[in-house]
Design a binder for this molecule. Structure first.
Ligand code: NAP
Length: 347
């Protein structure tokens, strides 16, 4: 068991709410002793953190599906880590775990906080740690359940997904292929488009940064669009709405093009296409499927073992002090694959 009194916990805290894109001024960096979590508590050494577009939303005041991070609080973040002290029956020193660990080096959870953090054991023998933040973690669950339960793809249908090379996009496109669909991605840049076609097996990918999305949809979706899984919102959503089929399902997963907006969020102008096509648009929040995560993890891990599912992670070094710059990579599209911040080498 590690002597907790010898450890210093470096943390990144929210200092001020941003207007537009976040910058270093929005964060405060602290160093504190690691607190003993007491009877039934656990201390986790944070190894890797999941950097998610939603973090930008958690920095804002206002009502959402989850409370905003308070000023002065350690920034909320999902992660993977290793138990270094435990007085809880369910966890032993040396266990690898996932949960809401925060942007910090050590996460001390008392008995009450354990459940709130959603701490769960993971098997690093099944897949490397970063995969537990991507296909076997929150983004994977989002793509899997959002597509299957809400998108309801049928064999032979055309599925379009934006943010195609990203964490959620990788899952959506490959699950749709496994279900027998034609899959067309939308991504920024030649390399990302090549990756989703050559390495992930999508049928085509439209580079929205160098060509017309409208022309790309016409070319690659000759039979129209049955399912659109939207990760980006804005003009791309509007463009896809002009190509949907009767009875199409549009899954509103995210709208990253709007998260740093300083004016009103741009809603879909072409929404009457829903009326004409008797189509449906539905928002999702991944946590609604939390009780079914184990079944999805089992199936995705099996696909990975069979070589039917691939994923790419973009692991950034630099620890919690690098968090501000790393987070912004999501909004410039600098990340290539699921963005992960390495906090420590724990294996
Ligand atoms: N509803 C839920 O429960 C839930 C859960 C997880 C994630 N999400 C949402 O799912 C989406 C994808 O998340 P992720 O974790 O998989 O991120 P990601 O796709 O791995 O990374 C974000 C990507 O967004 C693209 N992007 C950034 N700005 C853009 C813009 N203005 N227009 C178009 N694309 C832009 C960039 O890719 P390019 O280089 O291709 O532009 C960037 O790499 C986000 O909207 C996120 O909020 C929702």
């Amino acid at each position: 068991m590690t002597d907790l009194s010898t450890l210093v916990n470096h943390q990144t805290r929210l200092a001020a709410r941003p207007t537009g894109a976040a910058s270093r001024e929005n964060w405060r960096f602290t160093a504190e002793p690691v607190v003993d979590p007491g009877a039934d508590g656990v201390v986790v050494q944070v190894l890797m953190l999941s950097l998610d577009p939603a973090m930008r939303g958690w920095m804002n005041e206002g009502k959402s599906y989850i409370a905003p991070v308070g000023i002065g609080e350690v920034m909320r973040a999902g992660g993977v880590g290793k138990v270094i002290a435990s007085a809880a029956a369910e966890f032993a020193v040396g266990d690898y775990v996932t949960g809401s660990l925060g942007v910090q080096e050590y996460c001390a959870l008392d008995a009450g906080a354990l459940g709130r953090a959603g701490l769960a054991k993971i098997d690093p023998g099944l897949a490397p740690l970063e995969k537990w933040l991507n296909p076997l973690g929150m983004p994977g669950m989002t793509g899997y359940f959002g597509l299957l339960d809400v998108g309801q793809p049928k064999p032979g249908e055309t599925v379009v997904v934006s943010g195609a090379a990203g964490a959620v996009g990788q899952m959506v496109g490959q699950v749709a292929k496994i279900k027998g669909c034609r899959v067309v991605g939308i991504a920024g840049g030649k390399d990302k488009c090549e990756f989703v076609v050559r390495e992930l097996g999508f049928d085509a990918c439209i580079d929205y940064k160098s060509g017309s999305v409208r022309d790309g949809l016409k070319q690659h979706c000759p039979k129209g669009v049955d399912v659109y899984f939207d990760n980006v919102g804005g003009d791309i959503l509007d463009m896809v709405l002009t190509r949907i089929n009767r009875g199409a399902r549009i899954v509103i997963c995210g709208a990253i093009s709007q998260y740093n907006a300083t004016t009103a969020v741009q809603g879909p102008k072409n929404y009457l296409s829903l009326l004409v096509n008797r189509a449906r648009m539905e928002g999702i929040v991944v946590f609604d499927w939390a009780d079914r995560f184990p079944e999805a993890i089992r199936e995705i891990a099996a696909w990975m073992a069979q070589g039917r599912f691939h994923s790419r992670e973009d692991v950034v070094d630099g620890g919690v002090a690098k968090f501000p710059e790393a987070l912004n990579m999501l909004f410039s599209g600098e990340n290539f694959g699921k963005l992960v911040l390495r906090v420590a080498d724990g294996r």
